[in-house]
Design a protein around this ligand. Structure first.
Ligand SMILES: NC(=O)c1ccc[n+]([C@@H]2O[C@H](COP(=O)([O-])OP(=O)(O)OC[C@H]3O[C@@H](n4cnc5c(N)ncnc54)[C@H](OP(=O)(O)O)[C@@H]3O)[C@@H](O)[C@H]2O)c1
Length: 321
């Protein structure tokens, strides 16, 4: 199998260190499914595997270290004693918890059956691979906030992958949504369904308060505003943090730390996201696709910032059926 990764100590660095490695083929064991991977999404977290930020977690594992948390492809092996409605040849998507040589940037990937769901009908595999990780993160954030229908949620980083899904899923949950956007992103964020759009930036909380004078019930903090966002929230409200919250909270505002890994084996939730794509609730966005050999360029583009839609690495051409 072919993977894109880094060679570990001495081999970490900028986008240029990503390279192709050949590894022995793996097979699906009990409770596992193997995908012939067509597309893997490039997420901000993947850069930490590449630049050595995860060295302490990885150093006892064999390199290469392979980033990547979500994939889409075709089922090509189903392990023994594996309960699934998927069949060989079906288009599927999966969430990956990367560890050592196991990561999404692989042309063949064995996953627990509960990490895999059917790919949505009517979208490409490149589009499908953008859904599992950030879709499940948005779901987890909303589940932790547990706001009742009619409550008001603010979303920061709403033009991004997590933020965009958070806006769309929150609307489907019956919430009123205030979202931030740059001037250039305003139309995009409105189209996602936000009821109120405010200008993004360090003083986003003041603008949210101006729009919702009593304060919002919760915030999904996709742009990592940390305490800067707290003034937007009513006393006793909550914030869902997607990176460890840096700073102190105030006025009994609860900080929920969202770890998508806790939803990595929630097949029903992943399948619900599939349905929400098929019924138009959730829309998928691909900024650009790169062949696996150009994964470094994909990372360089991600790190330049400002991409709208996910960058995707492709290992195989899109199947025709
Ligand atoms: N804990 C978990 O399990 C988990 C899971 C998924 C994601 N995450 C984290 O969630 C965050 C969002 O991920 P993503 O994939 O949605 O990233 P993304 O697609 O890059 O979206 C982030 C958005 O925030 C905007 N932004 C960045 N800095 C900003 C600032 N200072 N003020 C206002 N807006 C700002 C970005 O705009 P520009 O492009 O213009 O900078 C972009 O629109 C990342 O930190 C990611 O690592 C955590």
């Amino acid at each position: 199998m072919r993977v894109v990764g880094v060679s570990g100590e001495g081999g970490y660095g900028g986008p240029e260190v990503l390279a192709i490695f050949e590894l022995p083929e793996r097979h699906a064991g009990p409770g596992e499914i193997r995908l012939a991977v067509h597309a893997a999404a490039v997420n901000p977290t993947d850069t930490f595997t590449r630049n050595g930020s995860r060295h302490e977690m990885m150093k006892d594992l064999d390199p290469p270290y392979v980033p990547g948390m979500d994939v889409a492809g075709v089922v090509d092996e189903i392990g023994p004693d594996t309960h699934t409605d998927l069949s060989l040849g079906d288009r599927a998507m999966g969430i990956v918890v990367p560890k050592g040589q196991h990561g999404g940037y692989s042309d063949s990937l064995v996953l627990p059956v509960d990490s895999v769901a059917r790919a949505p009908v009517g979208v490409t595999l490149a589009e499908a691979c953008t859904l599992p990780m950030n879709g499940l993160t948005a779901r987890k954030a909303l589940d932790m906030l547990a706001l009742p229908p009619g409550a008001t949620l603010a979303v920061t980083g709403a033009a991004g992958a997590f933020g965009g899904y958070a806006v769309q899923l929150a609307k489907a949950d019956g919430l009123r949504v205030v979202a931030d956007a740059s001037e250039a992103d305003e139309e995009l964020v409105r189209k996602l369904g936000a009821d109120i759009v405010v200008r993004r930036g360090d003083d986003v909380a003041a603008r949210i308060r101006a729009a919702v004078p009593d304060g919002v019930d919760g915030v999904a903090d996709g742009s990592i505003q940390n305490p800067l966002v707290l003034p937007a929230i009513r006393d006793g409200g909550a914030v869902a943090a997607v990176r460890p919250f840096v700073g102190d909270t105030e006025r009994d505002i609860v900080v929920h730390m969202v770890w998508v890994r806790e939803y990595a084996r929630e097949r029903d939730k992943l399948d619900r996201l599939r349905q929400q794509v098929e019924d138009g609730t959730v829309t998928l966005r691909v900024a650009a696709t790169y062949p696996a050999e150009q994964a470094g360029e994909a990372h360089a583009r991600l790190e330049r910032g400002g991409t709208r839609g996910r960058i995707v690495i492709e290992f195989r051409p899109e199947p025709t059926k």
